[in-house]
Design a protein around this ligand. Structure first.
Ligand SMILES: *Cc1c(COP(=O)(O)O)cnc(C)c1O
Length: 427
């Protein structure tokens, strides 16, 4: 087997390949631990599917109103059981993660209520949803106010500041698990549990929602296991397993999820309408594959951190840290390096490998963004992709990989592009 030769055919030089193999040798025990978590989570999903007697009838397409859509309803029971919640809303009509979060927030916040983020600024697209940046249709326009407690400089929760921001109008607390486009740490499920317990001690009836994007199946537990009233995410990230072509989910307390369903469709209609349009096979099978797909992506993230830290770039999380999401930030220090890195990721893709990524002004983001993705599903970030806003500290956010081998090739090719341009060196 001429492994080096096939890598060379894909554009990876012998030096870069060898460098990668050296790094990999040190990662064996960590990869074994990732496989253990995937094994546990696979069984968790299987238990939920078996309990709900998933069968071929659940894969049937529905159209129009989608009344009595047993496949759709059963999928929601599967999600609820796998995430240990009372209820779930899992729909192709939820167009993306931002939409899922918008539904969860606008369904459960009324005029006069306040939303609190105790973990600093939220993900870029949420700024317009909340009205931190003026926007048509924001929560702010509807009279919902927003408060924020920033993290301490070391990235930990500022409990006194959080307590000071909770008052009688504080209705919902939003906790973003993943770092998103920031270089703060991602929170572990255990840390989120502590934060929720603290908030509920200050105000027992406050709703705690977790933006779970990128976190699903990274750990054996989810935030819903440690007190979150709602967890929210996108199906073109981890839980869709790469097969879901669209969709989002909201899992949580039945009364809160019910409000979300009325917001998503219409008051009075709720969860009973919404045709599945033939997407059930992809949703079920994607959820089934999600634990192993997430494991592959995690291996890629750890491999990237170990490669790039060795070359002197700051990585968040660093090469040795435990993982709580699939995102790897690499601070490359210049726009030029960001572009080269992304060209490498693009060149490794199964789709659009010949395309050259360039920075552009993407809707919802306030600076230019570069993105590399050769995905089967547009914008899917459980597929191998890299992106980042062109601004200090010029960090690329690398994530995904439907298989570990593809993630590995992407990282090796990103390094190759940097070396070829003289923007990094192996010694
Ligand atoms: C991706 C992401 C979102 C938004 O999801 P989209 O599907 O891109 O709209 C929100 N929050 C976090 C933390 C994310 O990673």
């Amino acid at each position: 087997m001429e492994m080096e030769q096939i890598y060379r055919a894909l554009g990876v030089s012998e030096d870069v390949y060898r460098f990668g193999e050296d790094v990999l040798q040190s990662l064996e025990s960590r990869f074994r631990e990732i496989d253990r978590v995937a094994e546990y989570n696979q069984n968790k999903v299987l238990l939920a599917m078996q309990k709900n007697r998933v069968n071929a009838a659940h894969f049937a397409a529905t159209t129009g109103y989608g009344y009595n859509d047993e496949g759709r309803d059963n999928l929601e029971r599967v999600y609820a059981d796998a995430f240990h919640t009372e209820a779930a809303l899992v729909r192709p009509q939820i167009t993306c993660g931002t939409h899922a979060l918008t539904v969860a927030l606008s369904a459960n916040l009324l005029p006069g209520d306040e939303l609190l983020s105790p973990v600093g600024a939220p993900y870029d697209t949420l700024e317009e949803v909340i009205g931190i940046r003026e926007s048509v249709g924001s929560l702010k326009e509807y009279g919902v106010t927003y408060a924020q407690a920033d993290l301490k400089p070391d990235g930990s929760f500022d409990y006194p500041a959080i307590e000071a921001k909770i008052h009688e109008r504080t209705k919902l607390i939003t906790i973003q698990r993943s770092k998103g486009y920031a270089t703060r740490p991602t929170f572990s499920v255990a840390q989120i549990g502590e934060l929720i317990a603290f908030c509920k001690k200050v105000k027992p009836d406050v709703i705690c929602m977790v933006d779970n994007c990128y976190g699903e199946f990274v750990e054996p537990m989810e935030p819903s296991d440690v007190g979150a009233d709602m967890i929210v995410g996108s199906l073109i990230k981890n839980p869709g397993g790469g097969l879901a072509p669209i969709g989002g989910y909201i899992c949580g307390r039945a009364d809160l999820v019910e409000r979300c369903a009325y917001r998503l469709s219409a008051p009075g209609l709720g969860q009973e309408v919404g045709a599945n349009l033939g997407l059930m096979p992809a949703f079920y099978q994607g959820f089934f594959l999600a634990p192993t797909v997430t494991a592959g992506a995690l291996k890629g993230a750890i491999f990237a951190a170990n490669i790039y830290e060795k070359l002197g770039f700051r990585c968040v999380p660093n090469a040795a840290e435990p993982r709580h999401d699939i995102i790897q930030a690499v601070e490359l220090g210049s726009a030029e390096r960001m572009v080269a890195f992304c060209k490498g990721i693009q060149a490794a893709a199964p789709v659009d490998s010949y395309v050259d990524p360039i920075p552009w002004a993407m809707p919802g983001y306030d600076s230019e963004v570069i993105m590399a993705a050769g995905a089967f599903v547009q914008g899917s970030s459980i597929e191998l992709s890299a992106d980042g806003p062109i601004r200090e500290p010029y960090a690329v956010y690398f994530q995904g990989g439907l298989t570990w081998y593809h993630a590995k090739l992407g990282i090796l090719l990103s390094l190759q592009k940097l070396i070829d341009k003289g923007l990094a060196s192996l010694s």
